[in-house]
Design a protein around this ligand. Structure first.
Ligand code: B12
Ligand code: SF4
Length: 533
């Protein structure tokens, strides 16, 4: 039985956060080497995406007109794998289906699961814990387990706060969950499973050593899209990130080599692993054949991280004349300028860049390792290749001044961006800033406010109202320009384009002229996570 010292919490502190890929290491073995049985098992597993309201996701911003939701990829990846290994699985997307706790209780009583698992980013953990509490109310014997980015960042504190979560899984879930279930079925000691956080009979919390990062991602089956009721009645991806309403979001790689201080890479690590071009193209073809989808949104932190893979993806799409359009995210220092024409030819219509700031000092303090000049050059090169550009900015960074915010607004307007958006800095659990933000301003670490739209960090020298005013200025200065309006009008081809533009306009007006009043946050410093020794 492992002590907490061997676990993840300790490594997360201090500079450990910078090197988690290296410290944890890579698992080069193959899935079949683990010897998990594929026979059908008498074990029912329910996986629930928590019912989080859009108000929680969007905070003070009224984005109801453009609200988006997408299939829960983490849960669907796990469901796909454990189904292959003989478990009976029920996926419940309580968020998309608008289910309340009573509906969930009924689902539990009907399916009679042995294990119920849920997922959560930080902003969702409260809702996730509520559903596990409801599960325990109707079926106290069910084993409850939570996974995802939040539990990875705050494993022991989360179990301490929510006693109805029996177990937590840190990091990637595929092998850890298979191992856990295998132990449940074979009645082996569950508490020795790697990556597991658990509570002993005396209520003491333990965090087992973490699994290494699995290398052969192609051995995992693709997300089980067939396990959510209806891909298009239930979900609508971001109006701004897709070309069509009917679009599917995919993740084809894990990890990023960046060191940005505000970013939480706890689950996937600071390295880079990816599905092969062939795997990805087969998945896209499968989604196309089953659901008639031709538009894809790659959520990957670093879709363009491997140039040979990117080239191959583009070449296959072009060679096979696949009717796909797609958009992806990229870093300005990683995108390959000589690949842009090929990407465009292969259907890439938009690249979303994390620009974050127009001020070099702030850029350096974020540890972006990028210059403002690089931003300018990359955006120009992308626009020259005929690919639409979207720039994401973060306002209210540590060390921010009124001038540095204006630098960001001015940069957004100076470079040939087609779209720009901003969020407010949030020192996310799992990011380096979570530990240090208190030094640079006032920080409210309430978990249900970590949606990146709410203001939970106010840098020294600013008031909350000033940040709201700068936010409104950002949107007005960028979008109230004739160039942007002409571009949108020129793009109209179909009735759907008009609908999408109308939704965007409504959201713009509400963002600039109106913000909902939510209770002001309590200004306090972050209290350190209590560890069990
Ligand atoms: C894709 C994505 C999204 C998509 C969600 C798609 C979907 N429905 O799944 C969209 C665009 C909607 C999104 C939104 C947000 N996101 Co987001 N997103 C990501 C991204 C880029 C990839 C996540 C992913 O799908 N990975 C692939 C799957 C397979 O991995 P996974 O979900 O983590 O699941 C694995 C494990 O976590 C674990 N696991 C997960 N659940 C469970 C459950 C059990 C029982 C077990 C055992 C294991 C387990 O096993 C899975 C398989 O290995 C991550 C970045 C990253 N590096 O993780 C950010 C990230 C998760 N997002 C983040 C944030 C902050 C948000 C927003 C709050 C931002 C905003 N401006 O509103 C919103 C809120 C949520 C919302 N509105 O739905 C942060 C979360 C940080 C935190 N501590 O909370 C991340 C980490 C970005 C970052 N680097 O800081 N996001
Ligand atoms: S913010 Fe983007 S570039 Fe920076 S570490 Fe995170 S994923 Fe990488």
């Amino acid at each position: 039985m492992s002590s907490l010292n061997a676990g993840f919490d300790v490594k997360r502190s201090g500079t450990g956060v910078l090197t988690i890929g290296k410290e944890i290491g890579y698992d080069e073995s193959h899935l079949d080497q683990y010897g998990f049985s594929m026979e059908k098992k008498n074990c029912r597993v329910m996986l629930i995406n928590p019912p989080v309201s859009f108000d929680v996701f969007y905070g003070e911003w009224d984005l109801s007109d453009v609200k988006s939701s997408s299939p829960p990829l983490g849960i669907l990846s796990l469901a796909s794998l454990i189904r292959k290994y003989g478990y009976e699985v029920d996926v419940v997307d309580a968020h998309a289906d608008g289910l309340n706790l009573d509906d969930l209780k009924k689902r539990v009583l009907t399916f009679k699961p042995h294990v119920v698992g849920t997922t959560a980013m930080t902003v969702m953990i409260e809702a996730a814990a509520e559903i596990l509490k409801a599960v325990k109310e109707v079926s106290p014997e069910v084993l409850t387990i939570a996974g995802g980015v939040h539990i990875t960042a705050e494993p022991t504190e989360t179990l301490r706060r929510y006693p109805y979560i029996d177990f937590g899984v840190i990091g990637e879930g595929e092998l850890a969950f298979l191992d856990f279930l295998d132990r449940v079925v074979r009645q082996k000691d569950i508490c020795e499973a790697e990556s597991l956080v658990w509570r002993d009979g005396d209520g003491k919390l333990h965090s087992n050593p973490r699994r290494r990062f699995f290398k052969s991602l192609d051995e995992f089956p693709p997300p089980a899209f067939d396990m959510v009721p209806n891909l298009f009645n239930h979900y609508r991806l971001s109006v701004f990130g897709t070309k069509k309403f009917k679009s599917v979001g995919l993740v084809s790689s894990r990890g990023c080599t960046g060191l940005c201080v505000y970013c939480d890479l706890g689950v996937v690590g600071r390295g880079y692993r990816y599905n092969s071009a062939e795997y990805l193209i087969n998945l896209m073809k499968d989604v196309y054949q089953r659901y008639d989808v031709t538009d894809f949104l790659f959520y990957d932190d670093l879709f363009v991280g491997s140039k040979p893979r990117l080239r191959k993806i583009c070449e296959i799409i072009i060679r096979e004349k696949l009717p796909f359009t797609w958009s992806c995210c990229a870093r300005v220092d990683f995108v390959h300028k000589d690949m842009m024409k090929l990407m465009k030819q292969a259907g890439c219509w938009m690249i979303e860049y994390g620009i974050e700031t127009g001020n070099q000092r702030i850029m350096d303090s974020m540890r972006k390792n990028v210059t403002v000049k690089q931003v300018e050059e990359t955006i120009k090169a992308t626009a020259d290749a005929g690919i639409i550009t979207k720039g994401n900015f973060i306002l209210a960074n540590p060390g921010e001044t009124h001038d540095s915010i204006m630098d960001s607004i001015n940069l957004a307007c100076r470079i040939p961006l087609n779209y720009a958006q901003h969020t407010f800095l949030q020192p996310l659990p799992g990011s380096e800033l979570y530990e240090t933000a208190g030094k640079y301003g006032t920080f409210d670490p309430a978990w249900d406010r970590f949606n990146t739209f709410s203001i939970n960090f106010i840098p020294h020298g600013f008031t909350r109202q000033q940040l709201i005013d700068y936010s409104k200025l950002f949107w007005r200065r960028f979008y109230l320009r004739p160039r942007i309006w002409f571009q949108e009008i020129k793009k109209i081809r179909r009735k759907e384009d008009i609908q999408r533009l109308w939704l965007a306009c409504k959201a713009f007006v509400k963002t600039v002229f109106y913000r909902r009043k939510l209770p002001q946050f309590v200004l306090r410093q972050r209290t350190p996570v209590s560890l069990v020794h």
